[in-house]
Design a protein around this ligand. Structure first.
Ligand SMILES: NC(=O)c1ccc[n+]([C@@H]2O[C@H](COP(=O)([O-])OP(=O)(O)OC[C@H]3O[C@@H](n4cnc5c(N)ncnc54)[C@H](OP(=O)(O)O)[C@@H]3O)[C@@H](O)[C@H]2O)c1
Length: 240
């Protein structure tokens, strides 16, 4: 198999489950050394074992993105171990209570912390390592809630916030040939909010492995252009 990401180092957040795990497996298949980040170590080790059994290379990095000191320590480990980071996929995210009335202060802080602040902390902490890669890519996973909001105030606000952060990353990255992409996926078949996996038809809920392939295509696109933003929806899901 062609290995277009051989010699590349890819940090994938939320790599123990769902889209993050599918992305980590796909990028490892394309030859990247993947650094798997999430809070819980055991599921990360399981993901790393699957990648290594398939012939890939993985490094486990437990870290809570909502805690700045943990992010700083994780970034230092990455820099000490690998130096440059060629790919950063900001994928980790948590859901939030659906309605305004149900959303407590703690829910707000937890969701903004993981879904928005964590993306800033990690991208900022890895910035020098991304610059060192001389042609890095930063892909941030939002969701269609980041375009149209919706019922959940904390989740919608975290994803809208990512758009502003993404534009800032893109602007700052231009001087260092860092390509920044924001993806707005609709429903994916990952068990999000406890939904059963494998029940909905593919036209209503996307296979995370297929979304991961799209991420791989963006990362391996010719270097003279950048995919700034993209909306990916299952064909039957109404958009807007
Ligand atoms: N699934 C959908 O239908 C859908 C639709 C649109 C957008 N999205 C977005 O797509 C992304 C991936 O969703 P998914 O469905 O694949 O989610 P998922 O299956 O629930 O996986 C979430 C991953 O993020 C990690 N994580 C959560 N909070 C973290 C934190 N504070 N620090 C570090 N890691 C953390 C989790 O591991 P630990 O719990 O061990 O930390 C897990 O690996 C999210 O940003 C989500 O908002 C999903």
């Amino acid at each position: 198999m062609n290995k277009p990401l051989a010699e590349k180092t890819a940090v994938v957040t939320g790599a123990s489950h769902g889209l993050g795990r599918a992305t980590a497996e796909h990028l490892a298949g394309l030859g990247a050394t993947v650094i798997l980040l999430a809070r819980r170590e055991a599921p990360l080790r399981a993901a790393a074992a699957a990648i290594e059994n398939a012939g890939g290379s993985a490094f486990v990095l437990p870290c809570d993105l909502a805690i700045p000191a943990q992010v700083a320590a994780a970034a230092q480990r990455v820099q000490a171990e690998f130096g440059a980071v060629h790919i950063l996929v900001n994928n980790a995210g948590i859901p939030a209570p659906r309605s305004f009335a149900e959303t407590a202060f703690d829910d707000w802080d937890a969701v903004i912390g993981s879904n928005l602040s964590g993306v800033f902390y990690l991208t900022r902490a890895l910035w020098e390592a991304l610059i060192a890669a001389d042609g890095a890519s930063v892909i941030t996973i939002s969701g269609t809630a980041g375009l149209r909001g919706g019922g959940s105030p904390a989740y919608g606000a975290s994803k809208f916030g990512l758009s502003g952060l993404h534009y800032a990353i893109a602007q700052a990255g231009k001087a260092h040939t860092i390509r920044a992409t924001i993806l707005y996926p609709g429903g994916m078949d990952t068990g999000w909010r406890g939904a059963p996996i494998g029940v909905l038809p593919r036209g209503e809920s996307m296979d995370p492995a297929v979304v991961a392939e799209m991420i791989g295509q963006i990362l391996t696109a010719p270097l003279e252009f950048v995919v700034n933003e993209a909306v990916l929806n299952p064909i039957q899901q109404p958009f807007m």
